[in-house]
Ligand binder design. Structure first.
Ligand code: UTP
Length: 271
């Protein structure tokens, strides 16, 4: 059973500047609701019981968003507005399942994941990247279903235009397991068109094994000054650990770039 999820939130969000110079991008409204709430709703609906947020001191406003009780209590006492009461209750529901850990230097997603090491209880856990919204169908839920059946690691996958492969992590795929799932032979970060092993990209939902932590401890920081989760995944695949690529059914919205962020509100508004 997958009961714990982790969400790395300690990045700088430079692609959304100037919006992110003083504001956490995960709290930016997408069709009137902070992006992070869509991610939490996906987790809750998928049966997740604990969500670990990896934040930094610069992003303490994320914690404050969920821990603003005295403010809400005062307003509710004077205004008695049912809408505000409902919103506050929703925050209390989220707060019950969230735990915070800190990554004060943005040394990459690999380093962020490592900060959760001592809190992960089971052999597998879910990781969601909050820039990647998947709407219409709960991607985490269908990945957990696949995991429960095959007891292996699973990563979300989507076909992308061959022209754009250099923007993504691209799967090298092995055999097809069934209509929606493939064995993964490797992952290549941002390949050129000619080097891309496929046109199937990694999207921000992962079911990872606890073993990833020992790989992360061995991973060195690269030239970019960061180390990525994909490097540790790659070494586990090398050691013959099974990873499946899951072609999800929902619609993907990229909220990490300015044009994607604007489009995502429009898409959600159509629902
Ligand atoms: P990205 O590198 O895609 O996003 O990280 P970013 O750093 O937030 O934004 P840009 O690229 O500067 O615009 C993917 C996810 O991993 C988190 C980010 O917060 C984001 O949710 N992350 C990234 C960390 O938690 N720690 C890091 O060191 C790096």
């Amino acid at each position: 059973m997958i009961k714990q999820a982790i969400i790395p939130l300690a990045g700088l969000g430079t692609r959304l500047l100037p919006l992110t110079s003083v504001f956490a991008k995960e709290l930016l409204p997408i069709n009137g609701k902070p992006g992070i709430e869509y991610i939490l709703d996906e987790c809750i609906e998928a049966g997740i019981k604990e969500v670990i947020f990896i934040i930094s001191k610069k992003k303490l406003m994320i914690k404050k968003y969920f821990y603003n009780d005295s403010f809400y209590k005062k307003i509710i006492k004077t205004k008695k507005d049912p809408r505000i009461i409902k919103e506050y209750k929703k925050l209390l529901k989220y707060k019950k399942i969230i735990k915070f850990v800190y990554q004060n230097k943005p040394l990459g997603t690999g380093d962020a994941v490592l900060k959760t090491k001592k809190f992960i209880k089971d052999n597998y856990f879910l990781m969601l990247l909050p820039d990647d919204l998947i709407i219409k169908k709960n991607c985490s839920k269908s990945m957990i279903k696949v995991h429960n059946r095959y007891k292996v690691s699973v990563m979300a996958s989507m076909n992308v235009n061959k022209k754009n492969v250099s923007r993504w992590g691209i799967f090298k795929l092995g055999k097809k397991l069934n209509k929606k799932n493939y064995f993964i032979k490797g992952v290549v970060e941002k390949p050129s068109i000619s080097n891309a092993p496929s046109n199937k990209a990694v999207i921000g939902r992962y079911i990872l094994p606890k073993k990833i932590f020992s790989e992360l401890l061995k991973t060195k920081i690269g030239e970019s000054g960061e180390f990525h989760i994909t490097d540790a995944i790659q070494s586990l695949i090398h050691k013959k650990k099974t990873f499946l690529a899951h072609n999800f059914d929902g619609k993907y919205l990229d909220c990490g770039t300015m044009s994607g962020y604007i489009k995502s509100s429009l898409e959600l508004n159509k629902l």
